[in-house]
Design a protein around this ligand. Structure first.
Ligand code: GDP
Length: 179
């Protein structure tokens, strides 16, 4: 299945977004390389099914801070993932200041450079406009147009799905041609 991997610091809203996108309570799937488990959900759009996965404790730390088991899990994810949805929390309610969030983004973006990235700014329902703008400026400096969302009240989620579909569809069609 076309797969969307959600990444970002703890408490930025990854599992809330997974629930909002897939409209279902995610099951906790056991994961071959770790006892932690990953959360998986699905959504269907234009007769195509998409898998969305959240990776607690995996994509919220840079490579240098992961143990061997986690590195193996990341390797497996790299074979699975088609699109990475990276979440910022400009409200800083997650407990991580913007500087730490931009730093982690740079490391993850470098590590997963071969994947298409969609960057979202979550919790715009409670974040200061100034902080939102600061994060937007940072993301644009990386050549990516960020999207404002609220996983809690649904703002921006239709646009997010559209962006996912736009990125994934050509890949799926390309695969279909080879069959
Ligand atoms: P995760 O650790 O990244 O999976 O984060 P969670 O999904 O558990 O969310 C962490 C906290 O942020 C929870 O208390 C959520 O209710 C809250 N949260 C998530 N998304 C939003 C949002 O869009 N707006 C607001 N105000 N709170 C949110």
């Amino acid at each position: 299945l076309p797969t969307v991997v959600i990444a970002g610091h703890p408490n930025v809203g990854k599992s809330t977004l997974l629930r909002a996108l897939t409209n279902a309570k995610p099951e906790v799937a056991s994961y071959p390389f770790t006892t932690k488990g990953i959360n998986v959900g699905q959504f269907e759009e234009h007769y195509l099914k998409y898998q969305v996965i959240d990776t607690p404790g995996l994509l919220d730390r840079p490579l240098s801070e992961r143990n061997e088991v986690e590195r193996q899990a990341i390797l497996a994810l790299k074979h699975l993932g088609k699109v990475i949805v990276y979440i910022f929390d400009p409200s800083e309610y997650c407990g991580y200041p913007i500087e730490e969030q931009t730093h982690l983004f740079e490391e993850i973006h470098r590590e997963f450079g071969e994947f298409p990235f969609i960057v979202v700014l979550n919790k715009v329902d409670i974040a200061d406009e100034e902080k939102i703008k600061a994060v937007e400026e940072f993301v644009r400096s990386k050549g990516i147009e960020p999207l404002r969302i609220s996983a809690l009240n649904g703002e921006g989620l239709d646009e997010l799905k559209e962006r996912v579909i736009k990125l994934v569809k050509p890949m799926v069609e390309e695969q279909a041609k080879r069959i």
